[in-house]
Unconditional design. Structure first.
Length: 200
């Protein structure tokens, strides 16, 4: 989810952050919901929706994201609430993750993001038993490349491309690889993922 949050705030900042408050709604579906390289839907499709609100030129932003998951305990819905602030150079924020069916899955993170010499650096400080995560991203010729390291869980890397579709839709196609840490009780995963979304 967080990628959509940081992307949304970056787009608004580049657009000049109008002095009046702005709100946005987006929705879409992916062939698989991957979070830091790990499937959250057991390799199946997932629909999602998001509402975000930019508070004028203050740099503050808040929103909510909902998406389908498929866990063995019966949880099938993830609800994330987030808030953040950016001055156009640094971005900081907080995300609260909630899952129906099992409160033990709930958690939260603080995060800080900055671009250094064209490379995005995002650091997430885990709370509520969540461990820390850092991700580096770079875009070249319209292709996005990233590498992330999740403490005690594993590393992941991805290559993806966004493109326009008819009727104002946006498409994305990517390859994601997850390498589990020894002792994490996770399995390595390799996935091709296709997504379609629409913003209002």
């Amino acid at each position: 989810m967080i990628k959509s949050f940081t992307t949304a705030i970056a787009v608004l900042l580049l657009a000049g952050m109008p002095t009046m408050a702005t709100a946005g709604i987006s929705a879409g579906a992916n062939s698989d919901y991957l979070f830091r390289g790990i499937s959250q839907t057991d390799g199946s499709t997932s629909a999602w929706a998001e509402y975000n609100h930019m508070f004028g030129d203050s740099g503050f932003m808040a929103g909510a994201w909902l998406g389908q998951v498929d866990y063995a305990d019966g949880s099938d819905l993830e609800t994330d609430l987030y808030a953040g602030w950016s001055n156009g150079d640094w971005t900081v924020g907080y995300i609260d993750y909630n899952y129906n069916g099992d409160a033990d899955l709930d958690g939260s993170e603080f995060f800080i993001s900055k671009e250094v010499m064209g490379v995005s650096v995002d650091y997430y400080l885990g709370q509520d038993d969540y461990t820390d995560y850092v991700e580096f991203g770079y875009s070249v010729m319209g292709v996005d490349v990233s590498y992330g390291m999740w403490e005690d869980i594993g590393d992941n890397w991805s290559v993806s491309k966004d493109f326009d579709l008819p009727m104002g839709l946006k498409g994305s196609l990517g390859y994601v690889s997850f390498m589990a840490d020894d002792g994490s009780m996770m399995q390595d995963e390799d996935s091709f993922v296709f997504g379609v979304s629409k913003s209002l």
